[in-house]
Design a protein around this ligand. Structure first.
Ligand SMILES: C[S@@+](CC[C@H](N)C(=O)[O-])C[C@H]1O[C@@H](n2cnc3c(N)ncnc32)[C@H](O)[C@@H]1O
Length: 255
C-alpha cells in the first residue's frame, strides 16, 4: 500500500532513479526551486539554523546535497561527498580537510541519519570546531506520529530499536531516520559519556505536517504555496513538539 502510494506520488523528474546517483541530487536541486511550499520550508530551516550559528568565523555545511544554505551567508562552506551543483568542497564529514579549531560551526539538514560510523564524525567535528563553537542540525525526530509516517510513507528505514551504525549501501540509501533520536534522546547518557567535548544545548522538536504535505524532494507537493503560513500556524495549534517529524538539535563545543 505504502509502496503504491509512493509510486503514485513520486516526483516525475526522479521517479525510478537511484537516490545514490549524484544526478538525482542535481535534479532534486531544481525540484526544491520549483516547489514553492518546499522552498518556503527550506528557507525557514535555514533561518532557524543561522539564528543558532555564531556571528563570526567559518561555517561548514556537510551533506549540502540539493540544498542552498550557501546562498544565505558568504561564511558558509557547502560540502558533499560527491560533485554536485552549488557545492564548493568535496569532503566526507568523518575526515575533514580543516586544521584543528579552524571552524566556528558545522551545520546540516537531514544528514546525520545518513552518516555511517557517526562516532568518527562527532570526534572529527570536535577537532575542527573551536571551543565555544556550534554544531546545529535539523534532522528527523521520533514521535508516535512521525514513526507512523516515516515507517509507512517514506522510503528510508526508520528503526528506533537499532544501534548507532547504519547500512553502508550509499550516501543517501544508507540511512536510519531514527538515528538522531537514538543518539540524543534514547542514548543521551552514552553520547555524553563518549563525547564529553560536546554539550547538548537544545533539542527542539518541530514540524508535524509541513514536510509531509510539501512532498519533500522525492514526492509531488500536496499543498499550494500560499498555504505554507496556514500549515505552520495549524502545526503550532495542534502541538509542534508532541507530533514533531523533525528536531532542531544544537550542540556547543566545550573548551
Ligand atoms: C537526505 S540528503 C540531504 C541533503 C541536503 N542537506 C538537503 O537538506 O536537501 C543527505 C546528504 O548527506 C550526504 N552524506 C552522506 N554521508 C555523508 C558523509 N559521510 N559525509 C558527508 N555527507 C554525507 C549525502 O551525500 C546526502 O547528500
Amino acid at each position: 500500500m505504502a509502496g503504491l502510494l509512493n509510486q503514485l506520488l513520486a516526483h516525475p523528474l526522479t521517479r525510478n532513479r537511484s537516490v545514490d546517483d549524484p544526478g538525482t541530487t542535481a535534479l532534486r536541486r531544481s525540484i526544491i526551486r520549483e516547489k514553492p511550499f518546499l522552498l518556503a520550508l527550506y528557507r525557514e530551516w535555514y533561518q532557524i539554523l543561522l539564528h543558532h550559528l555564531p556571528d563570526h568565523g567559518a561555517i561548514l555545511e556537510i551533506g549540502s546535497g540539493a540544498g542552498f544554505l550557501g546562498e544565505y551567508s558568504s561564511r558558509v562552506i557547502t560540502s558533499e561527498v560527491f560533485q554536485t551543483p552549488g557545492v564548493s568542497l568535496i569532503a566526507d564529514c568523518r575526515q575533514l580537510p580543516f586544521a584543528t579549531g579552524a571552524l566556528a560551526a558545522v551545520t546540516m539538514t537531514d544528514v546525520l541519519h545518513h552518516i555511517p560510523d557517526v562516532t568518527s564524525f562527532f570526534s572529527e567535528a570536535a577537532r575542527c570546531i573551536k571551543p565555544g563553537g556550534i554544531m546545529a542540525m535539523i534532522e528527523p525526530w521520533k514521535t508516535p506520529w512521525s514513526e507512523l509516517v516515516y515507517r509507512n510513507l517514506h522510503s528510508e528505514p526508520f528503526e528506533p530499536m537499532a544501534g548507532w551504525d547504519i547500512p553502508t549501501t550509499g550516501p543517501l540509501s544508507g540511512a536510519n531516520g531514527a538515528l538522531p533520536w537514538i543518539i540524543f534522546q534514547r542514548d543521551r547518557a552514552r553520547f555524553e559519556s563518549e563525547f564529553p567535548q560536546w554539550q547538548l544545548q537544545k533539542i527542539q522538536p518541530m514540524m508535524p505536517l509541513a514536510y509531509l504535505v510539501s512532498g519533500g524532494v522525492s514526492l509531488r507537493s500536496m499543498a499550494p504555496a500560499v498555504s505554507y503560513g496556514l500549515v505552520r500556524a495549524a502545526e503550532k495549534l495542534i502541538g509542534e513538539a508532541r507530533f514533531a517529524m523533525f528536531a532542531l538539535i544544537v550542540l556547543v563545543r566545550k573548551p
